[in-house]
Every structure is written in structure tokens, then in C-alpha cells.
Design a protein around this ligand. Sequence first.
Ligand SMILES: Nc1ncnc2c1ncn2[C@@H]1O[C@H](COP(=O)(O)OP(=O)(O)OP(=O)(O)O)[C@@H](O)[C@H]1O
Length: 230
Amino acid sequence: MIQLNNLQKEYKGKLVLDIPSLTLEKGELLGLVGNNGAGKTTLLSLVLDLIQPSQGEVLSNGIGVAMSEHWKVYTAAYLDENFLITHLTPMEYLRFVGRLHDLNKADVEAFLEREKGFMAEDLLYGTTMIRDLSKGNKVKVGILSVLLSSPALLVLDEPYVNLDPSSQAWLVKRLKKANEEGTTVLLSSHDLNHVAKLSTRIVLLEEGKVVEDMQTDDHLLDRLEQYFNV
Ligand SMILES: Nc1ncnc2c1ncn2[C@@H]1O[C@H](COP(=O)(O)OP(=O)(O)OP(=O)(O)O)[C@@H](O)[C@H]1O
């Protein structure tokens, strides 16, 4: 679904990402892990055409993401709160995103009924603007907004940060369900437990390079903990 070819990103002459070749297959749930500064957000930003590569290309279903907008129809992403429209209330924002995907008010309400329990209803349906929500609740709005369209490809950057433990557990199950229902997922996380529980494949980045590309098995968490010395 996603193919990285000779992908490099430099900042001020320093190479921060260098991936000769990497393929995300349809149906995978790929967890991207690595220490601070390893290049995870850079990789996700290149996949979403938010930044330009210094060399190489990202193909989505065979077409360069920088060459066409075709991939925006089937891709949903939440990297940070810049993805939100913060002067809207959560419902106004979710209805706006819904309209982009031909979903009406009733569709959005039916969706939220199915996702009950993730976000407190007084905030979800209330009059507080997104910019006045706590960090965790902003993340929840972002996550709901990407799940709303049942995207073929879902890209998330450290979605567990700022979520309380029960919301983290909810998200693990929900992402698994989305993946089982056909969504290909690419996510980064520092949370080894969640990533190991969730992912069908884990890619470990170190100083911008892929140093491990592992399929999930029973020993995956042990291997990750060994690498990170925890
Ligand atoms: N706009 C920028 N200008 C200069 N350097 C940048 C810029 N964006 C990222 N970098 C550098 O690129 C490298 C990779 O950063 P990136 O944010 O992709 O890492 P990360 O793996 O997501 O880290 P973290 O786990 O801390 O979020 C870092 O050395 C970072 O300082």
C-alpha cells in the first residue's frame, strides 16, 4: 500500500532519515518504534506529504504522494493538534470531517454511539472549543475524527501519549478492530507494551535507519525491552 524508495531527509546537511526501501502491505498494522529523534515523525510526515524528501519518494498505491492527491481520499491521519480546527467544538469538528466524507449529522451521531465510552459525553457534545480541552481530550477528538471515515489507511503519531490508562486500553482494542475490518495502520509509539500487543509488524528506527523489521511473535516484547534496556 505504501512503498518508500530510496527515501532520505536532511536538515542542514544532517541526514535524519535514510530508508533505501520499505513496504507497508495492505492489511498490516505496523508499529514504528525508536528512541527520541530516531526519525519516526519525519517518516510519517513524508508519508503524508507534509514535508518534502531530500531524495527518493513515497508511493501510495503505486502513485507518488507528492504527485497526486488521490491518496487523501482513503488516508486518515492524526499526528498532533495542528490537525484539528481548534475554534470548533468537538461535535462541530466531527460533523465537518464527516461532511468531507459524505457523512451527515445522523451518520456522525450513529458513529459516536458506537464509539461510546472513549470520550466523556459532556465534552464530546458540549460547548467547549477544542482549544480549551485538555491535551488528552484533544487527542481523543483527533482519534475519533480519523476513525469516522473508516479509512483504508490510518496514520497515527504516538496516539497513546496523554491518554489515561482506560482510554489507552480502549484504543488498543479499537485499532485492532479497525485493522481486522480492513484498515491498514501505520503508527509510532514509545509504548512497547501497546505496540507489541497491537502490531502485526514492528519496524525499529535508529538514527533514521531501519535496524530491525520484525513480524509479531510471542517473544517480540522481550526483544523490544532488550533493545531499549527496560
Ligand atoms: N524542522 C526540523 N528542522 C531541523 N531538524 C529537524 C526538524 N524536524 C526534525 N528534525 C530532526 O530530525 C530528527 C528526527 O526527528 P523526529 O521528530 O522525526 O524523531 P522522532 O523519532 O519522531 O522523535 P520523538 O520520539 O522524540 O518524537 C531529529 O534529530 C530532529 O531534531
